[in-house]
Design a protein around this ligand. Structure first.
Ligand code: TYD
Ligand code: MG
Length: 461
């Protein structure tokens, strides 16, 4: 029998099969089968992809005797991005910057070139999407980019040409915009396909690791929100950053999905303006800017995004249902957590949510993963159900237990000082947290200890 020439791979998990499949047998996703060439290995040889051994010697070392060389992080000139990276770009690391087309990835990267190309460092910006004119025109809109000396531009999509040019220039930092446009001539599938993306990324990563080049690779996100191409890209790089936001609104958020050199809890906030992206050092102010006082179904909460306290607004809409099974939607709040809080309110306080549809939303596209937001979710639900606004100037922090008790949360002092900075007058905190709080430190805000959800009712009547 003639050898089968094609192979099918799942675009989500990278699992391979010799036959086409509707549902991936490994990850269970539908319609993810993509045809890839069986002759990948032959193609590699044809394209002369050099798999060079790493420059350091692979010998066994004694753990306690091994000393790490001094790694100095390079600042990107954008504090918000540095924070997400864990303090700056680590030399020799590979970062994947993913986001929907048009969100501002190229703009951000061009902007950070200004600082990255300082202090004698050479930066090579490889664009497979835009012409030199387009990039230069964009740079004109961005402040201070025209004076950058050691920034080099290459508009090329062939992986071996790019690597060849890079060998001649020997840059310290390389930016690839975007991996979906780069191709390897030895592979017959189109640029952006799994095989292309994987092979091109691999050859860039090998180069980065062998020569100690810091690399930032741009990856487009497909409609479902995954990085187009296989998940393998995420495993191959040192850090994966997601750049997200709504195109119609000007705010953009960057968060780390994976980071070998820092925490994944941090977020960075930007605003898209006429002259590029501007940092938003005060996210709480931004998130509260549209807030209307005196409206029912809204409550403020202070959550921790990594090391930084952020104040968010939770909104709840409670309306009589027309369906036998009432609707519940939760945007920015974990759905199961929302159902749990609704159940606690029904059981402990006698609310009749089973006759109502409930829609929960967190303003500004923030995601509240912390249980510390429970009390604020409950208060917004109570306020929505009663159609009475929560007392003005109130902010609530606390985890709710199944018995309706309010449990202690971490880093209470940071949350209180942020609330006080933003002018909140009263803060509801878990009773158990009170021993640690030095109330005299916050003269402008009244700190109210809460033991059970029942006590919270008094602030919405
Ligand atoms: P871009 O960086 O090209 O997005 P990506 O590389 O992620 O596809 O961003 C393009 C959008 O940003 C475009 O809609 C125009 C807008 N923009 C501004 O609003 N102000 C600016 O100064 C620049 C350069 C772009
Ligand atoms: Mg772009």
């Amino acid at each position: 029998m003639k050898n089968q020439r094609t192979l099918f791979e799942c675009a989500e998990c990278g699992a391979s099969a010799t036959k086409w499949f509707g549902k991936c047998p490994v990850c269970g996703e539908w319609n993810t089968a993509v045809e890839v060439e069986r002759e990948l290995e032959k193609a590699e040889k044809a394209a002369k992809i050099k798999r060079v051994p790493p420059s350091y010697e692979n010998t066994v070392v004694k753990f306690d005797e091994y000393e790490v060389g001094a790694t100095k992080r390079e600042t990107t000139g954008m504090g918000e991005l540095d924070r997400v990276l864990g303090g700056g770009l680590v030399p020799g690391s590979v970062v994947l910057l993913a986001g929907e087309p048009g969100i501002g990835k190229s703009t951000l990267l061009l902007q950070i070139c200004k600082t990255l190309a300082g202090e004698g460092r050479k930066v090579l910006y490889v664009s497979g999407e835009e012409s030199r004119d387009q990039i230069k025109l964009r740079a004109k809109r961005l402040e201070g980019l025209s004076e950058v000396e050691s920034l080099y531009l290459l508009t090329e999509t062939n992986v071996s040409s790019i690597n060849g040019q890079a060998d001649k220039l020997s840059p310290d930092i390389m930016i690839i915009d975007s991996i979906q446009t780069i191709y390897n001539e030895g592979i017959s599938s189109a640029p952006g396909s799994i095989a292309q993306v994987r092979e091109c990324a691999l050859s860039f990563i090998t180069k980065a690791k062998n020569e100690g080049i810091s690399m930032i690779i741009v990856g487009h996100v497909n409609k479902e929100g995954g990085i187009a191409g296989p998940k393998v890209l995420e495993h191959m790089v040192d850090a994966v950053l997601y750049f997200e936001g709504e195109k119609i609104r000007s705010y953009r958020m960057i968060r780390a999905i994976k980071n070998r050199y820092g925490s994944t809890n941090e977020i960075g906030l930007f605003e898209m303006t006429d002259c590029g992206l501007c940092e938003v050092p005060n996210p709480s102010e931004m998130l509260l800017s549209d807030r209307r006082e005196g409206v029912s179904g809204s409550c403020a909460v202070c959550i921790m995004e990594g090391t930084r306290p952020v104040i968010a607004e939770i909104q709840a809409l409670v309306t009589p249902t027309a369906f036998p099974a009432p609707r519940r939607t939760a945007n920015g709040v974990d759905y199961n957590r929302a159902c749990l809080i609704i159940a606690v309110l029904e059981k402990r306080l006698g609310f009749k949510f089973y006759t109502n549809d409930v829609y929960l939303n967190v303003v500004g596209g923030l995601r509240l993963d912390e249980p510390a937001s429970d009390l604020a979710i409950a208060l917004s639900l109570i306020s929505g159900a009663r159609d009475i606004p929560v007392e003005s100037g109130i902010i609530a922090v606390g985890e709710i237990g199944l018995a309706g008790e309010i449990r202690a949360v971490s880093e209470i002092e940071k949350r209180i000082s942020e609330a006080s900075r933003l002018g909140f007058k009263k803060i509801l905190v878990p009773y158990k947290n009170m021993e640690k709080v030095k109330t005299q430190k916050y003269p402008d805000v009244e700190i109210i200890p809460i033991k059970s959800i029942y006590e919270a009712l008094a602030y919405c009547k």
